[in-house]
Design a protein around this ligand. Structure first.
Ligand SMILES: CC(C)(COP(=O)(O)OP(=O)(O)OC[C@H]1O[C@@H](n2cnc3c(N)ncnc32)[C@H](O)[C@@H]1OP(=O)(O)O)[C@@H](O)C(=O)NCCC(=O)NCCS
Length: 199
């Protein structure tokens, strides 16, 4: 019986797995990375660990099939992650040389960059941000909408005024999903689009 439930610490490794299996514009990114943890180190684990109240998973009784994770205040999250997450990770993964342009090296550079909070004109109105990923078997059945709504209820209860997210330019499926759920395009970047929703 598939259920949507709050994130538990025992789900952490499953989050890493789902993150990797959906990490290439929604497709499996397994083959790209020598280290299967790097994507989750950046895009999943710190969110669920530092803001478990904003993390929900889809559990089919056998495994976690998907998640939504978010933070209520991106600027505060930048500082929280600096203090308690990236300091540890940077010790584990030293900066690679500039000549190394492998996917692993690019992700390690992100770990050294941290999460620079957006300073775009729209940023004050959309302080929260989120990531949502479902494995292929769980896609297209309404679970994405339900997961997202669970997070939006939490953010609204905390009186967060708005939420934003980034989506790869080539991930047209996810773009259609966000537009269907009422998100509007805030910014077009070279390889990504930023969407926002007022709460
Ligand atoms: C994108 C994703 C989260 C959507 O979740 P989902 O469970 O597949 O979507 P749902 O079935 O809940 O769809 C919700 C609504 O959006 C609509 N929708 C979904 N994709 C759409 C699309 N490409 N275009 C238009 N509408 C779309 C559905 O028809 C549905 O409408 P309704 O509720 O009014 O009937 C999911 O497919 C996914 O995780 N994909 C892989 C990872 C990924 O790309 N994550 C986003 C990274 S930015």
């Amino acid at each position: 019986m598939t259920e949507l439930r709050p994130y538990q610490p025992r789900d952490l490794l499953a989050l890493y797995d789902v993150c990797l299996r959906t990490g290439l514009s929604g497709e499996d990114a397994h083959h790209l990375y020598r280290n299967p943890l790097l994507l989750g180190h950046y895009y999943a684990a710190p969110y669920a660990t530092l803001h478990p109240e904003c993390a929900f998973v889809l559990d089919d009784g056998q495994r976690v099939q998907g998640y939504v994770i978010g933070v209520p205040d991106s600027r505060r999250f930048e500082a929280e992650a600096e203090a308690s997450w990236f300091s540890l990770l940077r010790g584990l993964y030293p900066l690679p040389g500039e000549a190394d342009q492998s996917p692993d090296a690019r992700m390690i550079r992100r770990l050294h960059l941290g999460y620079p909070a957006p300073d775009a004109p729209w940023a004050p109105e959309y302080p929260a941000h989120l990531h949502i990923d479902l494995l292929p078997a769980a896609q297209g059945g309404g679970w994405g909408r339900r997961l997202l709504e669970a997070l939006l209820i939490t953010l609204r209860a905390r009186e967060v005024p708005g939420v934003h997210l980034g989506v790869g330019e080539s991930n047209v499926r996810a773009q259609g999903f966000y537009e269907r759920l009422g998100f509007r395009l805030l910014e077009r970047k070279p390889l990504a689009l930023v969407y926002g929703l007022r709460l």
